[in-house]
Write a protein that binds this ligand. Structure first.
Ligand code: ARG
Ligand code: ZN
Length: 878
């Protein structure tokens, strides 16, 4: 166990910064043995803070080499180096402080602050990484102008980058050179970035709506020179879209993107210098799947959109993280919807939310969109802050309407440009611009947990009225037992017996009544009466997933089939299919083998496979059975093996009974022409690869030949890896071994593809047995210092290969605990993320619970556990 209890930070303790920094002058001397950082800060007392406070700067892992106040060295007795920083008791109201630190980027395995990744220097400062570079008030409400000089060996590091504009450069003695960067926009230090390396540059330009030419530059290692086009195109689309939809124009003359291989997260929005995990930015048709192309477009957009929602207007403190993340995820999801199929994008977002965010919201780490406390802020880059936060913004958009929402967004950006603000400031701007009272709506930011909306109905044939009774409540979450009703936009329609949308008359005789309405739920219980309803309708509830809630209504299987075929809301057509499949799978858990799948489900899938008039993008989604993770989330005491077997049984029976339709569907959707990541082409590939995977599940001989052919002849990575995945999940052992070997030989030089190769194996119930996964960890291409490799083996095993991870002998849990313990010492952020699959042990059946808990206890027992891992493990056990 940790010897010292780490400190909890509370939102209620927030105080304005005692000192402000107006200007920072940084000079980095980069060497192979380390880096020297000269930091000169112009500091003044904050007139709004309590007077007389000492100066306290944050700093971690720094060797202090020099300290001057207004140019004069400080005596040892004038300052104190504390465990988390530097303290100077007596300072005047305004002064210049000079700090020289020596740091070791080449030994930085935490990947926070300045570190080396395959021969290049790079930084990650959000949330609290800057303190690993130099002493500084490392908090987002201290915003300074930065001037940064970077010096390094010219041959090894020809490219030297930082935020803003390059204003000066030149050669130095000993084969070294320098570049000076100036960022005219004041920013918090979490947005600081530096890159030095031997990189190739790809250039493009973008002309803004006001006619300014922006220099776009993308920097990658030479071997990746051919993988930049998609990111640059995505960037240009994002820049145009933000002008058109939000009226936001880019503000610097240069916009840079850099790809690095070792990165804890997806990407980072540093001002003018976005840094990306290679896997979230590099793509070519033969190495990246459709999913990767879409992910890259979304992440490039996300980081770009942060320039306004995050950089120009930033967070006052880290409790406000969703201010920038929730809003920016909402913006990127609107963008993706506009670039592709809005219904499909909505299905993807809702699937992630319902599977993973709902799980988080009902587990021991549940927290509000604006948390009240944390031990380690890195643990709060969560699905709740990002995805639920985006849903909250989306509900504002629904409640206000597009026009008022835009007015609110304009007011927010104008009112707070250059400031560090709170989620409440955001809501206030929306409120002021629209005139809508959002007092109750604000509860979405403060209450944790997923609201449950229970619906019952009555049809009165004589009165021709249809009544919906709606009740909402939120189950308790850690630290929050009593909850108040929330303001929920509840979109719905009523469907008549011929599949038509009925007019929704809230008053009898209402003319021109709409066929879809957004009801505003504000009370714990409501009754809504619809008039002039001449037949018993089927309700289509929470259309478009209008709020991040769980809807309970006792639909019959026949009603679900009806909705699947008739609902005018595409999202709800898909949702009805999911509910039906969930019901069928759940009813087969631990049931005798003779019990067969409801023939109505088979018929419904036959229809999907055969009707080529249907929107194929929607069909591609409807063909996906609910995941094991989602089925687990829906259970109270999850029987993982039972769920796995029941789901597999449904899949096998569907495949056996629909064999001919699957083959026909596969052939009909065969690829022609060059690769294009358009929604139509993506849908076609998805449908075809799903058909193939189902057929391979039942070890169909004809499908085997098709899979081998597709694997050998594929013109793109989606089809090649689709075939590989299908082979890996079949019983054709020789074929799969050969395909895995060939695939590796073909792509062994490409880390992004090797990561897919790892995760296909580690995530497969057939090839991802524990001994096989342990062998992958011994593979030459595996690297404990590279987060992507860890995620693609250990992460894929624990999050996707649930039948093996939850082996009833507890071996999967012990395996995970062992590696979390090792990683805790090298990269605590990554270690803490890996704890997630164990945290919800209370929601699993008896055979799992003890093993999961024991693994958590084993981790908890490590002396000097990092704050990151401690927080997750400790909260999971209490
Ligand atoms: N702001 C980044 C993004 O969402 C993520 C940074 C995550 N950093 C961290 N330490 N967790 O675009
Ligand atoms: Zn973000």
């Amino acid at each position: 166990m940790r010897t010292n209890q780490p400190q909890t930070i509370y939102l209620k303790d927030y105080k304005v910064p005692p000192f402000l920094v107006d200007h920072v002058d940084l000079r980095f001397e980069l060497f192979e043995e380390g880096a020297r950082v000269y930091n000169s800060m112009e500091i003044r007392r904050n007139p709004e803070a309590e007077p007389g406070q000492p100066l306290e700067l944050d700093g971690e892992g720094l060797e202090l080499e020099g300290l001057t106040l207004n140019g004069l060295p400080l005596a040892d007795s004038d300052y104190e180096v504390t465990s988390g920083g530097l303290r100077i008791e007596k300072v005047s109201d305004s002064f210049t402080l000079g700090v020289v630190t020596w740091i070791l980027p080449q030994e930085n395995t935490r990947l926070e602050g300045l570190y080396k990744s395959s021969g290049m220097f790079c930084t990650q400062c959000e949330a609290e990484g800057f303190r690993w570079i130099t002493y500084f008030p490392d908090r987002p409400d201290v915003m300074a102008r930065f001037r940064t000089q970077v010096e390094a060996d010219k041959a090894r590091y020809p490219v030297l980058l930082s935020n803003g504009n390059d204003v000066e450069s030149g050669d130095l003695e000993g084969g070294r050179h320098f570049v000076v960067w100036e960022d005219p926009f004041p920013k918090p230090c979490y947005l600081f970035a530096l890159v030095a390396g031997d990189l190739v540059e790809k250039r493009d330009t973008f002309t803004t709506q006001s006619g300014r030419d922006i220099d776009l530059r993308m920097y990658v290692e030479p071997r990746n020179a051919e993988k930049c086009d998609h990111a640059i195109d995505s960037l240009k689309r994002s820049m145009r879209w933000d002008e058109q939809v939000y009226g936001r124009e880019y503000d610097l003359d240069i916009f840079m993107i850099v790809a690095v291989d070792d990165f804890n997260m997806g990407a980072m929005e540093n001002k003018g210098l976005n840094i990306f995990n290679s896997s979230c930015v590099l793509a070519s048709p033969d190495t990246a799947t459709d999913a990767a192309f879409q992910r890259i477009e979304a992440i490039v957009a996300h980081e770009y959109f942060h320039n306004w929602s995050g950089n120009r207007v930033t967070c006052r403190d880290w409790f406000q993280l969703s201010l920038k993340e929730g809003f920016t995820v909402f913006r990127d999801s609107q963008f993706s919807a506009d670039m592709g199929s809005p219904t499909v994008k909505r299905i993807e977002d809702a699937t992630l939310l319902r599977t993973a965010q709902f799980a988080e919201d009902s587990g021991p780490m549940a927290h509000p969109v604006r948390p009240d406390s944390y031990i380690e802020i890195s643990n709060f880059y969560t699905l709740t802050v990002y995805e639920k936060g985006a849903e909250v913004v989306r509900m504002l958009h629904t409640l206000l309407g597009a026009e008022n929402f835009r007015a609110g967004s304009d007011l927010y950006f104008n009112r707070h440009d250059g400031q560090a603000v709170t989620t409440d400031d955001f809501v206030k701007a929306m409120e002021d611009a629209s005139g809508k009272d959002l007092t109750q709506f604000r509860r979405w930011y403060g209450q944790a947990g997923t609201p449950i909306v229970e619906v019952s109905d009555e049809y009165d044939a004589d009165a021709k009225t249809y009544t919906l009774n709606v009740r909402q409540y939120i189950p308790p979450t850690p630290g929050q037992t009593e909850k108040l009703p929330q303001h929920i936009p509840f979109s719905l329609g009523l469907i008549g017996e011929h599949g038509e949308d009925l007019p929704l008359k809230l008053e009898s005789g209402e003319t021109d009544a709409p066929t879809e309405r957004v009801l505003e739920l504000t009370e714990a219980e409501h009754s809504f009466v619809f008039h002039d309803v001449s037949e018993q309708p089927v309700p289509s509830l929470l259309r478009g997933f209008s709020a991040p809630v769980k809807v309970r209504y006792p639909w019959t299987r026949d009603q679900l089939l009806f909705l699947m075929g008739h609902d005018s809301d595409g999202f709800n057509r898909w949702d009805a299919g999911q509910r039906l499949a969930v019901d069928v799978i759940q009813s087969l858990i631990n049931q005798p083998q003779e019990l067969t799948v409801d023939p109505r489900l088979v018929t419904a899938f036959r229809q999907l496979l055969s009707d080529s008039n249907l929107d194929q993008a929607l069909v591609a989604k409807m063909l996906q059975l609910p995941s094991e993770a989602y089925l687990i989330e829906l259970s109270e005491a999850a029987d993982v093996q039972g769920i796995h077997k029941a789901r597999t049984r449904v899949l096998n029976q569907l495949a056996l009974q629909l064999r001919d339709e699957l083959l026909a569907c596969y052939r009909r959707n065969r690829e022609e022409g060059p690769y294009e990541p358009t929604p139509e082409a993506i849908a076609r590939r998805s449908v075809r690869n799903t058909a193939l995977s189902w057929l391979m599940h039942i070890n169909d001989e004809e499908a085997r030949l098709l899979a081998l052919q597709q694997f050998g002849q594929a013109g793109n990575m989606t089809d090649q890896s689709g075939a590989l995945r299908a082979l890996v999940n079949s019983d054709f052992e020789e074929d799969r071994t050969k395909a895995l070997g060939d695939f590796y030989d073909q792509f062994s030089q490409d880390p992004q593809v090797v990561e897919q190769w790892f995760s296909i194996q580690a995530g497969s119930p057939r090839t991802g047995t524990l001994p096989a996964v342990e062998t992958l960890l011994e593979h030459d291409a595996f690297d404990w210092k590279n987060p992507n490799k860890i995620r693609s083996v250990i992460g894929a095993f624990a999050n996707q290969n649930l039948a093996n991870f939850h082996a009833t002998d507890g071996s999967g849990y012990r395996f995970l605990a062992r590696h979390i313990l090792a990683l805790d010492s090298t990269n605590p952020q990554i270690a803490a993320r890996l704890v997630a699959p164990l945290t919800r042990w209370r929601n699993y059946g008896d055979v799992y619970r003890e093993g999961m808990k024991a693994a958590l206890e084993q981790i908890h027992a490590k002396p000097d556990l990092s704050k990151d891992v401690y927080e997750v493990v400790h909260k999971s056990l209490v």
